[in-house]
Design a protein around this ligand. Structure first.
Ligand code: ADP
Ligand code: ADP
Length: 237
């Protein structure tokens, strides 16, 4: 069953100066992400990957086309309803985006506080998440005391806190060395397999796709030029 679909989706940005023409960041993209997939989106810088993610996460409106998340057409929703959709999607980032002045525990608790959880429920959930990502002893640490891999584990715990069905990983391992990259990808595999979370991995690195993804879409100049099973797309013709 598809959890995310895009049908003929385009996104243009108006020219920034008089000499510039309109930028078509996403150009007539049609794709379908199935529940339980680890779906890779690969392409060079400027291909339109981040724009695609912002469209799926409803952070920006599409210029044309239809996007559904969990069978809801998000292109037809108003802001208050979009917030609910965003609540069902977790995100992790290349630069981790942790609050530097807050402890690991406070970082992970943040979305739960926003969602109005009680202190007791937050404590229990944070303990469970820290144990799942292997950082049970780091609750009181601050981000600057952690390695890059540990910071991304905190990012993953925070993204999963409210139990989203989808996790969007935008270049989530691009700031990490190869060894740490594989540890984080192993953790994402567990998130997918043990928690049933659908994962969308945006990357410019083929190795990341081949390590974790089952399906892949290849982007170039805003278009999806190829998509399918990773094995089929990347095996020689
Ligand atoms: P990728 O994530 O693959 O590097 P992006 O989605 O960031 O690609 O960018 C795709 C294209 O859209 C690029 O040409 C980029 O310059 C342009 N673009 C992205 N965001 C904006 C914006 N807010 N305003 C204008 N142009 C943008
Ligand atoms: P603090 O003052 O508590 O350290 P900042 O506002 O300086 O918090 O943000 C610290 C980091 O958290 C930054 O990298 C920022 O991008 C990120 N950040 C800010 N707001 C949010 C949010 N709502 N969700 C996720 N990350 C955020």
């Amino acid at each position: 069953m598809p959890i995310v679909t895009l049908t003929n989706v385009s996104k243009s940005y108006p020219p920034r100066t008089r000499d510039e023409s309109e930028v078509v960041a996403v150009d007539d993209v049609t794709l379908s992400i199935e529940k339980g997939d680890v779906f890779g989106i690969i392409g060079y810088s400027g291909a339109g990957k981040s724009t695609l993610v912002r469209l799926i996460n409803a952070l920006e409106p599409a210029t044309s086309g239809t996007i559904t998340v969990d069978d809801v057409d998000i292109t037809a929703l108003r802001e208050s309803e979009l917030r609910k959709v965003r609540g069902g999607i977790g995100m992790i980032f290349q630069q981790f985006n942790l609050f530097a002045s807050r402890s690991v525990k406070a970082n992970i608790a943040y979305p739960l506080k926003l969602a109005g959880w009680s202190k007791a429920d937050i404590d229990a959930r944070v303990t469970e998440l820290l144990s799942f990502v292997g950082l049970a002893d780091k609750a009181k640490a601050f981000p600057e005391q952690l390695s890059g891999g540990q910071k991304q584990r905190v990012g993953i715990a925070r993204a999963l806190a409210t139990g989203p069905a989808i996790l969007l990983a935008d270049e989530a391992t691009s700031a990490l060395d190869p060894q740490t990259t594989h540890e984080v990808l192993d953790l994402l595999k567990r998130v997918n397999q043990e928690q049933g979370v659908t994962i969308v991995v945006i990357t410019h690195e083929m190795d990341v796709i081949q390590t974790i993804a089952t399906k892949v879409a290849v982007m170039e100049n805003g278009r999806v030029i190829e998509q399918g099973d990773v094995f089929d797309v990347f095996s020689a013709p």
